[in-house]
Structure formats: structure tokens, C-alpha cells
Design a protein around this ligand. Sequence first.
Ligand code: ZN
Ligand code: ZN
Length: 353
Amino acid sequence: VPEQHDRRRRRLAELLVEQNLDALLVTSLVNVRYLTGFTGSYGAALVAADGATVFATDGRYQTQSGEQCPDVELVVTRDLVETLAHRARGRVGFEAHQLTVETRDQLPDHEATHWVAPGRLVERLREVKDDDEIELLRQACKIGDLALAEVVPTIRAGETERQLARRLDDTMRSLGAEELAFPTIVAAGTHGAFVHHEPCDLELSAGDLVALDFGARYAGYHADMTRTIAVGPVADWQRELYELVAAAQSAERAALAPGADARMVHEAARAPILAAGFGEIPHGTGHGIGLEIHEAPIIGYGRAATLEAQMPVTVEPGVYLPGRGGVRIEDSCVVRDGTAELLTTTTRELLVV
Ligand code: ZN
Ligand code: ZN
């Protein structure tokens, strides 16, 4: 939608003026997509402080970019950075977190251009989503919810983690996912103690907790959810652990609010788990989602950030017990005035198969 991208470029232009920059060379493809609508794999943009934008891509994407970003000046070239860099004048920012040292060294240094690294400006804009973005995230999350509802009743002891992951992935695709948001995690039994276990040929057994961390990508937007289910029978320690993590997750969700310090949101999840004697959560308990699966803000120990309305973030505390298993519960939410909106709506009660 050209108006939407124009609006984003104008917001960036305001930020450039604030930063005393004359332009920003945007080489991150995700940022290029955010600002122009271009979805190809080769493109860059130069956005000036008055909003004027030059977009560069090569011949493969000439027609596509004409359709996707008709409102910006198009330059067809093989040398994206070099071509755009020569159009730049004044104090020009580049994306130091994205550009290689090799490419940085090719930026022309002459009197008319002074290159500066202003930090992650476009990423900062991307933290707060517009309504259209939140709607796409809602669609992505819905695919995950529907897929899980379809798959859970079919889960059986004796099938492997890999078979279950494959079935969940296929179901998300058949329900409209353009891709997976990230490789699906299925961690059964003792594998649940590994935060990012890769599904393998281990068979699910009676008495296992099984963590499923997965999400669909829809129109470029990434969903993220985790449910830990039980292959019955459920032992007392498993149910207690589950209830503890569910309570921590609920406390973390309740802490989401405009103006909230992300460190305090993390603390809301961390405190009950520490109090129960399980030690530190070995990972952050939330992150922004959007055109990337992990975006700002990060909710984690000692990570400074202030939440704002319209920020989609995950809440995902977990407890991991080596040799026994683990529980993680993760939802995708949107920070709102008042209660946070849940984009993932699958029950947080323990599902037993
Ligand atoms: Zn996840
Ligand atoms: Zn996550």
C-alpha cells in the first residue's frame, strides 16, 4: 500500500531531521521492505530528510519493484550501495549493524558526504506497529492456533518429534502460512530441558511433557507461540511445574502496559519462578515480533526498553530441569492501553493427550 509506505518514510524523515542527518542509506532488506513495500531479495534505498526516496534494485526486480513501490524513484543497477552512495550528500547515515566492513570501506569519502552510524533508526520506527501490521500478525497467529487445534488430537505416544513437527508445519502451510516463521521446536521428555531443541527421532512416550514452539509467517509477518502439552498420565511434579509457569506467564502478561519498563515485565515472570526455587530463567522472556521473528523491544534481564501501545511482543517464561524436562508457555500479544491483547488464543490450561 503506497500511502502506508509513504507515511513510514515521512516518519523516518522526521527522525532524520531530529538526528541532524541529511539522509539514510537503508541496506537492510527488511527495512527496505518496511519503507517501500519491496519484497524481493536485492534492493536498497536512500531516504532523504525531506522524505524523497531513491530505490535501487537490479534487472530481475525491475517489473516487480515498479508494481510494489511505484511512488519512489527507481534506479536499476547491480551496485546498489555504490550507486546510492554517489547520490548522497551531507551527513548521511548508514546501517552499521547491517553493512559489512567490506562495503563500509567502499562508501565514497569526499568533502560533500560525511558518513555516520546513527544506530538502528528504522528498527526503532518498526517497534510500534500500525493497525494493518497488527492485522497481519493476527492472521499469522490465527494460523498457528488453528494448526495446533487440528494437530493436538492426533498426537500419539510412539511417533517421533520430527514426525510431529512435520505434521504441524504441513498443517500451518495448508492453513495459509506462506512459510514457517522459524524452524519448529518439538522437545519431548528430557529434551524439554533444552530451550532450543531441534526435533529428532526420539519417540514421544507416555508420561512426557512435550514443548511445541512454532509459528506461521503471513504476508511477511511472524507469529510465535509455545505450548507444552502432556502425553498422559501426568505426574504431580509435571502439573505443579506447569501451573507455576502458567502463573508466571500470566503475571508477565498482566505487566504489559504502555510506559512499562521491560525489565519490570521480565521481573514479573522471573519472581515467582525464583521464589519456587528454580533459579534464573535462562533466556529473555519476550521480544517484539513483526517483519522479523525477533525484533525490539527485548524483554529480558537488564534490557532497558519502555513499552508503548501497539507494540506486539511475546511473553515466554520457562523452567528447564536437566534430565527431567521443561515447560515453556508463550503467547504473542499486543500492548494496549489497559489489558494487553492476545493474538494467540489457544488455551493456557494443560492439554493432555
Ligand atoms: Zn517461540
Ligand atoms: Zn519467542
